[in-house]
Write a protein that binds this ligand. Structure first.
Ligand code: AMP
Ligand code: MG
Length: 497
């Protein structure tokens, strides 16, 4: 343990000493960002705090009580050694080239020795704010905070969130709301759109510097590989394609809809990035559109894997000047088409508790999804109940989820026959470790947000505790693991945040 982490956080100096900055992205130079301070957030208060992220950053235990850190993470005073910048990127939004975008309300404070970058989302206007006010509202900040930590708890690659700080400062959306700042944490916030930006602006030197930066810092194995005739940029595209394939398989297996899979919201590290109108499925509906602003359903649940490929194609286009040969770029992208179905099958087999391959497994997996889609059966509850059924053979709790009992019985019969080929207790134990009991359903987030508007943050804290360990039983919290209430289907989540 370093001296810094032992120091009490009882003053600015101690807070500042606990974070040692290296700021590698800022060193890329002015073509990549604009240096500017955050905009102060008046009279901030803590809304939510993740102790495990604090630990990852090497913050002392008592950071959660530090007034100095609260002020710093609300943009009210600089952290010594940080070097705040807003980064520039471009991108395709809803399938259309949108030109320059950039961090319009996020400010990268820098990177610490932990290898993690800190970013304040909602920290005020930047040169990339366009018509926006640079702010984020309390509801969307709570959703981002909780979902980041929920995804991490599920074992799905994601940016993390250290905390949310709120203020009574007014922010205008459809109605007047209040402002908040999320402190996001990740090894890098570089997006596909950062590459698209320099490619579209015909800045080959900057494009190369960015690609070299990503390879050197995050994917050093891309250099010196015999693959692609030693072309490191093709290897980069392949690696990102593989990471994205694994990410998408994780989303589809857990029933996560991102909602705005624009290329500027795609992480070069394959992390879930930019939580806006996301949703965990209640009923299993492949056509589900979680984003009220997505009138065409471009980002409907079942379309996500193809959209990811489309986005990778945009990244491939952007990297083409570096890769040189179109065939190499296409070969690198091909890895997504191979990897995604394999990754998904692995996860779905695990959800069913099928340890060894057997004939007919693929059909069983496909028919399971068909069965769920037929009645839009509750996704999370089905898989969790099935995990218990694998051990105890009590079919009632699974059958209760279906109106068409004949179809359910036929499926259960097949599934039991397949389970008989292996140890049911073991299957159940492993299923309970990959079929969560708790996911951040819209209505759960909504209830915590309503409380938080009245300055009661206990709902946020309770959900964080459940979602950080979503595979545990958490006795006494059956309500949070139950069916959504009637009103949940009327919650409208849009791009407005
Ligand atoms: P998003 O749809 O959240 O991925 O944002 C797309 C672009 O709009 C990014 O460049 C954001 O920085 C920018 N943006 C979104 N909301 C705001 C806001 N309130 N103020 C300034 N820029 C924003
Ligand atoms: Mg975004």
């Amino acid at each position: 343990m370093s001296l810094a982490t032992e120091a009490p956080l009882d003053g600015k100096a101690a807070v500042d000493a606990s974070l040692r900055w290296v700021n590698r992205y800022a060193k890329l130079g002015p073509a990549f960002h604009t240096t500017l301070p955050p905009q102060p957030l008046p009279q901030p208060y803590w809304v939510g705090q993740s102790r495990s992220v604090g630990q990852a950053l090497g913050l002392p235990e008592n950071w959660t009580e530090s007034e100095d850190l609260l002020q710093a993470l609300s943009g009210n005073r600089p952290l010594a050694g940080s070097q705040p910048v807003a980064t520039v990127y471009s991108g395709h939004q809803f399938g259309v080239w949108a030109g320059q975008l950039g961090d319009g309300r996020a400010l990268l404070l820098g990177e610490t020795e932990s290898g993690l970058e800190l970013q304040l989302k909602g920290a005020g206007r930047t040169p990339y704010s366009r018509m926006g006010d640079g702010r984020a509202v309390l509801r969307s900040s709570i959703r981002e905070f909780l979902c980041s930590e929920a995804m991490h708890g599920l074992g799905i690659p994601t940016t993390r969130a250290l905390c949310v700080t709120g203020s009574d400062a007014a922010v205008r959306r459809e109605t007047i709301e209040t402002a908040a700042v999320v402190t996001r944490v990740a090894p890098s916030f570089i997006r596909f759109g950062h590459f698209e930006h320099f490619a579209a602006n015909e800045q080959p030197e900057e494009l190369r510097r960015l690609a070299d930066f990503v390879i050197d810092h995050y994917y050093p194995a891309c250099r010196g590989t015999p693959k692609f005739a030693g072309n490191a940029y093709a290897a980069l595209l392949e690696t990102v394609s593989e990471r994205t394939a694994a990410l998408l398989a994780s989303w589809q297996a857990v029933g996560f809809c991102h909602g705005v899979m624009n290329t500027d919201n795609m992480s070069i590290l394959g992390l879930t990035l930019d939580y806006g109108p996301f949703q965990f499925l209640d009923g299993y509906d492949p056509a589900h559109i979680c984003n009220h602003s997505d009138t065409q359903g471009r980002y409907a649940f079942a379309r996500q894997p193809n959209i990811a490929y489309w986005n990778l194609f945009c990244l491939g286009q952007a990297l083409l000047p570096l890769i040189g040969e179109q065939e190499l770029a296409l070969a690198a992208l091909e890895s997504y088409r191979e990897r995604y179905p394999a990754e998904l099958e692995t996860r779905l087999r695990a959800k069913l508790g099928l340890a060894q391959q057997a004939d007919g497994d693929r059909e069983l997996v496909e028919d399971t999804l068909r069965l769920l889609a037929a009645e839009k059966t509750d996704h999370t509850i089905f898989w969790r109940r099935l995990s218990h059924f694998a051990a105890d053979g009590q079919a009632a709790s699974v059958r209760d989820l279906f109106l068409d009992r004949t179809a359910c019985d036929a499926w259960l019969h097949r599934y039991e026959a397949r389970l008989a080929q292996q140890d049911r207790q073991q299957a159940s134990a492993s299923m309970l470790r990959c079929n969560p009991k708790f996911v951040l359903r819209n209505h759960l987030g909504e209830l915590a947000i309503r409380q938080a508007r009245d300055k009661d943050f206990s709902g946020v804290e309770k959900l964080l505790a459940l979602l950080a360990h979503p595979y545990d039983e958490h006795p006494g919290h059956e309500a949070e693991a139950g069916f959504p209430p009637e009103w949940a289907s009327s919650i409208e989540i849009s791009c407005s945040s």
